[in-house]
Design a protein around this ligand. Sequence first.
Ligand code: ADP
Ligand code: MG
Length: 392
Amino acid sequence: MAGVAQSLMTEDFRKLYGSAEGVRIFRAPGRVNLIGEHTDYNLGFVLPVALDLATYIAAAPSTDGKLRIYSEFRKEMREWNVADLAALTPARHWTDYPIGVAQELLCAGLAIAPANLLVRSSVPEGSGLSSSAALEVSTALAFLAGRLLDPLDLARLCQRAERNFVGMPCGIMDQYISVFGREHSAVEIDCRSLGRRFVELPAGITFVAVNTMVKHALAGSAYKDRVAECAAAVAGIKEKFPGVESLRDVSPEQLESVAPSLPAVVERRARHVVTEDARVGRYVEASTRGDLALMGELLVESHRSLQHDYEVSCAELDFLVDTALAIDGVLGSRMTGGGFGGCTVTMLRPDAVARFGQEMARAYQRQFQAAPQIYACRPSAGAGEVKDSEEF
Ligand code: ADP
Ligand code: MG
């Protein structure tokens, strides 16, 4: 029944704000990254897929000079005078994401009109499926209210919001894929040139994300530590190879030749990034040839590299990967997203999905006394306005 969810959301908006006059609905998807982890802020390569899990914002003009935002996840409403937005400072609160976006739009010379917003999302928060970028991009579209912005500028503006206002030194991947996702395709992104290549995935495989349901406290600080360690690696490598600007520029041979002069930890971090960049290219190539076995192996290699060299995995993620790899029909599995909890992504035969779900749930329950959420990863379109009678 087309339009049901849309009319429901409009009705809920009316109940919340008293009127739904002029309401429009904007959508921005979450994502699962197939391979290329912690490479985006090193200006390397990533291969994410936009999901059909998404954040929806219903927005309509308000008449009293206020901006109001209600999040259903948080069951919380906040309001500001639009005239005050430019001067706000971070509050260490979920509203830092939309306010950061508002400030970046203002910096770009785009006015924010008084408005009421209702935020509804099917992207689990803090699970490595990028609910933050889904929130940023959907908010930006709601604030733009139909004004056009170059899609690449939109992605970059949302990245700046997260870096400058939220204080997370993130790469471009999450915002980029939320804007540029495409049905049936993964997107290979060159995080330096910001060019993209749509990669149609071979027949005979599907992807499933499994949520550990944990996010360890270390996640935020360790991310910043890794960014700093990569910068230290670049500084060390530059002494011998002055042309190197980021780890993206470093070949495995170059890294080998400077390895003895780098602190051991820094060398391991760099090794992950340099080998991971190469794995993205190999994965795309294997995908083009339909070499499913090699694709699976590369996912596992990526996980081991994140586990041992980059050290951003955790017991729950390792358990999910190891359990998945023992299930018939599974070709490969790895942690996805920043790490320290969140999700794994598993590549498997479509006819193995039901059994996989049951076996994973049973094993995880036994080990960690928690029920892991399991999501089918259907490659979906990037962000935009939800048109009349579109279902979601
Ligand atoms: P991820 O992007 O992997 O989901 P992050 O830690 O980067 O994890 O972002 C999660 C944060 O984004 C949440 O803690 C919350 O502040 C914010 N967020 C995301 N979606 C929503 C939502 N629907 N409502 C309120 N806050 C949200
Ligand atoms: Mg995020």
